[in-house]
Design a protein around this ligand. Structure first.
Ligand SMILES: Cc1cn([C@H]2C[C@H](O)[C@@H](COP(=O)(O)OP(=O)(O)OP(=O)(O)O)O2)c(=O)[nH]c1=O
Length: 199
C-alpha cells in the first residue's frame, strides 16, 4: 500500500485524518497564499490545496516519489469576500461582527497527489451565526481561539455557541471534509478505517 503524507501544520486536519483510521506522516509545506487577480474563492482554495500537496511532494525524498500527499485549504467567505486568519484583535472582532446574525460560506478544498496525477475537490458549507455582541466578540478574542483560524473562529471550540445552523459538512468547516477525503484517498488505493480490527 502507498504511504500517505499530510502536507499540513493544522492540528485539526491531523486529528480528522487520524479519526478515519488512515496512517500518515505530517509535513509542513509553506506556499504563497496570495490570491490571483479575479480568482474566485472556490478556485483559490482549490489552487492552494493543490499547491500544498505539490509542495509536500517536493519535500519527500526521491525514493518516496510514489507516495501520496494530501493538502487542504479552508476559507470563510462572506458576500464573495475571503475572510482569512485575523491579523489582530480589531480585525478578529470586525470579522465576527460581520458574521453576526447571518449566513456565510465555508469552502474547504482537498487535493491528493501521487507524482503521476492530482485530484481535488471543493466542499461548500453554509453556516449561520446568531447575533453576537461587541463584548462577546472581545471575550472570544481573549480566549486565544480565533487567531490561527480562517474567519477568526473555530466551530469545534468556543465558537460553537454562535452556530445557529449548518448546512453541509461539519468536518469540512473544521478543516478536512472526512467523507470526501476518504473517497479521494480510495481513488489512490488508500483505504480508511485501517485501525479497525474486524473480528
Ligand atoms: C472556519 C474554521 C477554520 N478552522 C481552521 C482550519 C485551518 O487550520 C484554518 C484555515 O487555514 P488554512 O490556511 O486552510 O490552514 P492552516 O494554515 O491552518 O494549515 P495548513 O495550511 O498547514 O494545512 O482554520 C477551524 O479550526 N475551525 C473553523 O471553524
Amino acid at each position: 500500500m502507498k504511504s500517505l503524507y499530510l502536507a499540513s501544520g493544522s492540528p485539526r486536519r491531523r486529528e480528522l485524518l487520524t479519526q478515519i483510521g488512515v496512517p500518515f506522516t505530517a509535513l509542513s509545506a509553506d506556499i504563497d497564499e496570495t490570491p490571483l487577480p479575479d480568482e474566485s474563492p472556490a478556485a483559490y482554495v482549490e489552487r492552494l490545496a493543490r499547491d500544498k500537496a505539490a509542495a509536500g511532494h517536493a519535500l519527500i525524498a526521491a525514493g518516496q516519489s510514489a507516495a501520496c500527499v494530501l493538502g487542504a485549504d479552508t476559507a470563510v467567505v462572506l458576500d464573495g469576500r475571503i475572510l482569512g486568519k485575523p491579523l489582530d484583535q480589531a480585525d478578529a472582532q470586525s470579522m465576527l461582527m460581520a458574521l453576526s446574525d447571518r449566513e456565510h460560506e465555508v469552502l474547504t478544498a482537498i487535493a491528493v497527489l501521487d507524482g503521476q496525477r492530482c485530484e481535488s475537490r471543493v466542499v461548500r458549507s453554509l453556516v449561520r451565526f446568531r447575533a453576537i455582541g461587541d463584548d462577546e466578540a472581545a471575550r472570544y478574542w481573549a480566549s486565544g481561539e480565533p487567531c490561527d483560524k480562517a474567519g477568526g473562529y473555530g466551530i469545534q471550540g468556543l465558537a460553537a455557541v454562535f452556530v445557529a445552523g449548518l448546512n453541509g459538512s461539519y468536518s469540512a468547516v473544521v478543516g478536512l471534509p472526512v467523507c470526501e477525503t476518504a473517497e479521494l484517498l480510495g481513488h489512490f488505493g488508500i483505504p480508511c478505517w485501517q485501525n479497525l480490527a474486524v473480528r
